[in-house]
Ligand binder design. Structure first.
Ligand SMILES: Nc1ncnc2c1ncn2[C@@H]1O[C@H](COP(=O)(O)OP(=O)(O)OP(=O)(O)O)[C@@H](O)[C@H]1O
Ligand SMILES: [Mg+2]
Length: 449
């Protein structure tokens, strides 16, 4: 701590008292001395307003240039409002008027130091939290992904706005949601997420909004919902398209008025959360079909990040594959270094219905099973199936002149295979030349029960 005053007696009494309180004190009698001492790093400066070689205000500005984190308490000779206002405007943390009570100064000092401590803690916390979810964790240099990353950076720096993430399953919506949160000024506050389709309406409602004691039979305790727990942070609402109309209305109110009520509650609760919503469905279609509120859709759609499917950014396939090879190799302590050229070509040509998630899973298995340094096409079972299918594609199915809806055809075949196998997924997969993961993926995609 630096005590700056040209009156030796003032300096001496302040320093003595603060040393008694256990602080480490350096003293300065002039502005020049003060700036020189500050170069060595100080947490807090007690700064006299009138110094022989400069006025305190200009010293204050220079101190803050040296280290914006240094807090300054101004010492003023008379209680002049203008001086105080000027000092506070220039960035002083606090002020004390002479002649001062030492106890009063001591309280101001400990308050300032507490502030410094909290700021530092916040910064370290923020840095450690954001490290695994920096922009660099989004792999991909294709034009489409560069646009996504630019947009993500912009979205992160406007921490008040709602974000809508769209894209097929496995394109990275979860990942991008985290990156947005941890890059934003909300990073040190919670990031909480919930999948809207995973819970029945009433449970989802009380998870999100909380409930009062006795709101329903099981509500023995009052409970704070996700929105309250995430105050000043972000809430990620996954599969927003599956939210029921009643909850959509309640969510709209949160977005518009920043208030809501707990289930069974009568008072409005105010929160400051950023909502990041995601869906792999066609929300516009949901709106047209009357399943999704149009006003909510427009409210969510202000900032939209669309994640392109992997098949539309073939250039990223090799980058992602290399990234996953390295990370799984490290994790499983294997010696796998990369993918061969032939593998790369095969991976690029593949359609990636499960997008990055599918690629990640395939690489994971390949790294586990591979005996060599480079992954060969043989290490990827699904690619065989894909090739086998393309060579046999003309057998049996003729594309009618008016064309087909491939998804419908696929869905129809999956249903038939499941019926024929009596619901046995492994056998149904064999009938379609697929792996069990692949048929599972389709069962989920088509919402088959
Ligand atoms: N660009 C990327 N760079 C690195 N990893 C990625 C990228 N995109 C996705 N991943 C990884 O792929 C996996 C699937 O991504 P994620 O869970 O974010 O997809 P999603 O879009 O949320 O899918 P779903 O709609 O099924 O929830 C995760 O392990 C994620 O970390
Ligand atoms: Mg997801």
């Amino acid at each position: 701590m630096l005590v700056v005053d040209d009156e030796e007696l003032v300096r001496w009494s302040l320093a003595a008292r603060l040393r008694d309180d256990g602080h480490d004190i350096v003293e300065a009698g002039t502005a020049a001395e003060a700036l020189d001492r500050a170069e060595h790093g100080v947490d807090l400066v007690l700064l006299d307003y009138k110094l022989p070689d400069a006025d305190g205000l200009s010293v204050l500005k220079k101190l803050r240039d040296i280290d914006p984190d240094t807090l300054v308490i101004m010492l003023t000779a008379h209680r002049s409002i203008e001086t105080v206002v000027e000092a506070m405007k220039a960035g002083a943390f606090d002020y004390a008027t002479k002649p001062f009570e030492l106890d009063d100064v001591a309280v101001r000092v400990s308050r300032a130091l507490e502030t410094t401590r909290l700021r530092r803690e916040l910064r370290t916390l923020r840095e450690s939290l954001s490290r695994p979810f920096g922009l660099a964790s989004i792999i991909g240099e294709s034009d489409a992904m560069q646009r996504v990353k630019t947009l993500v950076r912009k979205v992160a720096s406007s921490p008040g706005s709602t974000v809508l993430l769209t894209g097929e399953s496995g394109t990275g919506k979860d990942l991008v949601a985290k990156v947005i949160h941890y890059l934003s000024s909300r990073a040190a506050r919670p990031f909480l997420n919930i999948t809207c389709s995973a819970l029945p309406e009433n449970l989802l409602e009380s998870e999100l909004f909380g409930h009062e004691r006795g709101a329903f039979t099981d509500a023995r305790q009052q409970k704070r919902g996700l929105l309250e727990q995430a105050d000043e942070g972000s809430v990620f609402l996954d599969e927003i398209g599956e939210m029921t109309p009643a909850l959509q209305a309640k969510l709209l109110r949160v977005l518009e008025e920043k208030t809501f009520r707990r289930v069974g509650g009568s008072g409005d609760i105010r929160v400051d959360v950023r909502v990041i919503a995601a869906t792999n469905r066609d929300l516009e279609e949901h709106v047209r079909a009357g399943k999704f509120r149009e006003d909510l859709y427009y409210r969510l759609n202000v900032l939209r990040v669309e994640l392109p499917p992997l098949r539309a950014r073939q250039d990223d396939v090799a980058l992602l594959a290399q990234h996953f090879v390295e990370s799984f190799s490290r994790e499983f302590k294997r010696q796998v270094k990369g993918i061969s050229q032939e593998t790369e070509a095969a991976l690029r040509a593949y359609g990636w219905p499960g997008n990055v998630r599918e690629l990640r899973n395939l690489v994971e298995r390949a790294v586990l099973l591979c005996e060599d340094e480079m992954l060969e096409p043989a290490d990827f079972d699904s690619l065989h199936t894909a090739r086998y299918k393309s060579s046999g594609a003309r057998n049996g199915f003729e594309l009618p002149p008016e064309g087909v809806n491939l998804e419908d055809v696929e869905k129809g075949l999956v249903i038939q295979a499941l019926e024929r196998s009596g619901g046995n997924q492994t056998r149904a997969a064999t009938l379609l030349g697929l792996h069990r993961d692949q048929i599972r993926y389709r069962i989920e995609k088509f919402g088959l029960k």
